[in-house]
Design a protein around this ligand. Structure first.
Ligand SMILES: Nc1ncnc2c1ncn2[C@@H]1O[C@H](COP(=O)(O)OP(=O)(O)OP(=O)(O)O)[C@@H](O)[C@H]1O
Length: 427
């Protein structure tokens, strides 16, 4: 519902960066093949595309720790396992490239997430298997968490790559947000998004999995109109995507897929953890919960912290926290904790007593004595937001219920789902 509304409003104002030009008839012809036939792979163009200057970095090449040899050198049109023909590139990440493929035996489209070969242990596959083994198939949050259909190993020139076969999904909530006026969503869309995210997280927590990496890039809108996949394929044949030749390897520019309006899907479980209690570093820096920064044991409540920051980011132009120091982790932590103290007030004494690390930042009287000054930020409850009246009060109350120093005091995802702001008691 949410995505349908977003897409409808976007449809007029936004065009994919590569237009789909083949007629719907051609697409229909493709999908009307008899279902049992093993299709012959089609030939993809070897010319007619923009060739990007080899000096320019493209997509995964721009990532800080990119090493070409780690990634599988996929070629457009390649047939994997004698079954999946790669028909478009959909994305990339620090650990993978992601491709739309046509199943030559089942007349379906699948996404292949092809991991780098250097992962010692594939956490994402481990987590998916754990979730699949949990008998909670009828949980209402299950449909909001990405699943995989199959996995296999793919031999590349430098090593073996894990491949996840998944249902194709649409663009990320971040991409949709960037297309909105002023790059923020209207409140009713945020409420719907938060509902789905909270149910999805509640499902993960029920099966003892913690996501730890929740933000708008990892929330993908499911596609309801399957004809989009064939159109994306046709588009790749008609107007092949721009690419760059880097030695023997071709780096392609990804396509977006816009196709109707399915639910939001929590994706990328590569950082997820199994079990209730953990220690050590986790979470992207600006989203890091205080117990993680202070090296305390942490659990599912870190996701509730991220939920608060996600809600803020979807509604407001500037994030609450950011990366303060790119070069020095300690300086960054000090700034981050100082900003939290300004927004939330000082942490409760029992929270400080449970972390040896806390002594670096607060003295025995619980006064801040960290290496950086406390910023003069207003407290969370007095922040100006784009909302007004009762909506604003409820939104700030919601934030105060999830952005709490003590993890035990944060609402669980299920409790947060029932917060009055999300249950429409605002306006
Ligand atoms: N099922 C899917 N359908 C369509 N596109 C997808 C799908 N899964 C992933 N993508 C695209 O590929 C991109 C990378 O996927 P993902 O975040 O899972 O990779 P990653 O390598 O684990 O990334 P990270 O850098 O966060 O570790 C996503 O941002 C999205 O654009």
């Amino acid at each position: 519902m949410m995505a349908r509304q977003i897409c409808r409003s976007l449809w007029l104002s936004w065009r994919p960066h590569r237009l789909i030009s083949k007629s719907a008839m051609d697409v229909r012809r493709l999908s009307m093949q008899p279902p049992t036939m093993h299709l012959r792979p089609r030939v993809f163009p070897t010319s007619g595309f923009e060739i990007i200057d080899p000096c320019q970095k493209v997509e995964e090449e721009r990532l800080p720790f990119y090493k070409q040899d780690d990634y599988y050198p996929m070629r457009m049109g390649e047939v994997i396992k004698d079954r999946y023909q790669v028909v478009a590139k959909l994305g990339y990440g620090t650990g993978s490239t992601v491709w739309l493929s046509r199943d030559l035996s089942e007349q379906k489209y699948w996404v292949l997430k092809v991991h780098i070969h250097t992962l010692k242990e594939n956490q994402e596959i481990k987590v998916y298997r754990h979730i699949a083994g949990a008998s909670l198939g009828d949980h209402p949050g299950r449909e909001y968490v990405r699943r995989f259909e199959d996995s296999f190993k793919l031999k590349g020139p430098c090593g073996e790559h894990d491949v996840l076969v998944m249902v194709p999904l649409g663009m990320s909530l971040r991409t949709l947000q960037e297309m909105q006026k002023d790059a923020v969503f209207q409140q009713d869309l945020v409420l719907r998004a938060m509902d789905q995210v909270l149910l999805g997280l509640e499902y993960l927590h029920e099966v003892d999995a913690i996501h730890t990496d929740l933000h708008a890039d990892n929330l993908l809108v499911a596609i309801t109109d399957d004809s989009v996949f064939a159109m994306v394929e046709e588009n790749e044949v008609d107007t092949p995507s721009a690419r760059k030749q880097a030695g023997d390897v071709t780096i392609y520019v990804s396509q977006y897929m816009l196709g109707g309006a399915g639910p939001l899907t929590i994706s990328d479980l590569g950082q997820a953890r199994i079990g209730r209690q953990h220690r050590g570093n986790a979470m992207p820096i600006p989203y890091r919960a205080p117990e993680v920064i202070l090296n305390m044991p942490w659990g599912a409540a870190v996701d509730a912290w991220s939920v608060g920051l996600l809600a803020w980011d979807l509604l407001e132009k500037e994030g609450l926290f950011r990366i303060y120091d790119h070069d020095c982790q300690e300086e960054n932590d000090a700034h981050h904790l100082a900003a939290m103290t300004a927004f939330l007030g000082p942490p409760p004494p029992e929270f400080l007593r449970s972390s040896a690390e806390a002594k670096k930042y607060w003295n025995d009287e619980e006064q801040w004595h960290g290496p950086v000054p406390l910023p003069s930020k207003p407290r969370l409850e007095s922040l100006a937001t784009r909302l007004a009246g009762k909506n604003r009060d409820m939104f700030l109350d919601f934030l105060q219920c999830v952005l709490r120093w003590r993890p035990k005091e944060r609402l669980t995802c299920l409790q947060a789902y029932f917060h009055p702001w999300l249950r429409g008691e605002g306006s």
